[in-house]
Design a protein around this ligand. Structure first.
Ligand code: HEC
Length: 160
């Protein structure tokens, strides 16, 4: 009798755990703790190279899930997070250096963001203010051009 009771208890706990794992809905992209992420690459875009908004020194960071996908060139799993952190370019005699922090752009893969290719887009100002009012127009329309790479531009520069 006792064995049967323990058995059904285990089944109930397992069922509860299943219910608990129901996917959560995201209404907005959370600000990630990206300084603990893996640095993937950096780049310098000067006036004329790109839209003024994107000019500067940028660093791309990825969380573990996104690093694995980049490394294996596989699909990005749920909760993959990529960051594009941008600074003004300071032209000094010793070369370009990081100036003022412009913004931190974030892509968060989640089924809640179906209308923008399964990625949520947000950009945070240094004071934490959100700036994306229309992710489709401000971000997705450009990232759509790399649909074959899962809407992610960064596909190289990962050291093995
Ligand atoms: C005009 C085109 C364009 C627009 C608009 C744009 N991006 Fe990007 N984005 C790029 C390019 C190009 C890169 C790759 C930079 C590199 O290779 O160093 C990039 C990189 C990124 C990355 C790093 C992952 C990746 O795809 O390589 C994130 C995160 C990102 N952008 C978020 C955003 C967000 C959020 C917005 C809207 C606020 C946005 N982007 C708008 C062109 C764009």
């Amino acid at each position: 009798m006792r064995i049967v009771w323990i058995g059904s208890w285990i089944v109930s706990v397992a069922l509860l755990a299943t219910v608990d794992c129901k996917p959560r809905t995201l209404t907005e992209v959370p600000m990630p703790d990206y300084k603990s992420f893996r640095h993937v690459k950096s780049g310098l875009l000067l006036k004329g190279d790109a839209d003024d908004l994107l000019t500067g020194i940028h660093h791309v960071y990825a969380n573990d899930a996104a690093v694995e996908a980049l490394r294996n060139r596989s699909d990005f799993p749920e909760d993959s997070v990529l960051v594009f952190d941008l600074f003004e370019p300071l032209d000094t005699p010793e070369g370009y250096k990081e100036g003022a922090h412009k913004f931190t752009a974030v892509m968060h893969k989640h089924s809640s963001f179906k209308s923008t290719g399964g990625w949520g887009y947000e950009a945070f100002l240094p004071d934490g203010k959100r700036v994306v009012s229309d992710a489709n127009k401000m971000c997705f329309e450009c990232h759509k051009s790399v649909e074959s790479q899962g809407y992610v531009f960064t596909n190289a520069g990962m050291s093995e």
